[in-house]
Write a protein that binds this ligand. Sequence first.
Ligand code: PBG
Length: 324
Amino acid sequence: MAFPRHRLRRLRQNEPLRRMVRETRLSRADLIAPFFVTGGKGQRQAIESMPGQYRLSVDLLVKEAAEVQQLGIPAVILFGIPDRKDERGTSAYDPDGVVQRAIRALKEQVPGLLVITDVCIDEYTSHGHCGLVQDGKILNDATLECLQAMARTHAQAGADMVAPSDMMDGRVGAIRDELDKAGFVDLPIMAYAAKFASCFYAPFREAADSSPKFGDRQSYQMDPANVREALREIDADIEEGADIVMVKPALPFLDIIAAARAHMRLPLAAYQVSGEYSMIKAAARAGWLDEERAVMESLLSIKRAGADMILSYFAKDAARLLGD
Ligand code: PBG
């Protein structure tokens, strides 16, 4: 590979050549668009820390989702902003809860669009934790029942896939058992397998008003320092029946995505989380970064690292830029 016989610049001379030797391609089919659903009608509440993102009532969500489908994006993932929160997050598994209603409306009015649902009670608990709390501790096994009920009501409402994001041990298996028992043997589970205790969720927590009211999430979400443990989490979720595994956040954890890709054969998802979105938005607003290029480069990097699909608040923007 010695100069001057080899000149790597030969294949970079023009766009047709560059296009021909391009190793990674991003496609609209890789994208999943997250949405925040709230009660009421005609609601479109701006989320201050995530410019361009809104809490939408079901009627307006349906309109947005139809646009998403028109843009060639195959799936949305839903997060609920309930009217009331309590200790046990009961509105998370109310058959008539906000997400359950949204699923029914989307399946009816935007057929063909895949509806994935986030399964975790933190948006619904008064304390903001992803599990039931007793004496200041986050209970693992008792939480599984809530997650089972939540996943089942989503399935009954017509969800195409459920995505547990709580990081309780054993939840994938518990949800698989529950779905099978209820007759949903064909409903896939996308497990947030390696979810790190990250500062990059902050804008999401503002959007969902889901910051923990005491303590933090470090007793259940992963230490950002750990890669071997991420692979153990992935192994556990596969063993319990996960169909797709996820790494989250994405850009600060590209090495985890690459390690996960090399480690296993399931489809791999990565979540470009709220803080990743807000950072790009803020820098672009200040005139410090070209937003379109920052979006496309970060998504491409996540794909290059090994993700098959990417959950991103930029999904619609990226789909517009991508064309086919
Ligand atoms: C938990 C959940 C969170 C996110 C997705 N699912 C918040 C958290 O763990 O605090 C964050 C997503 C994002 O930041 O975009 N229900």
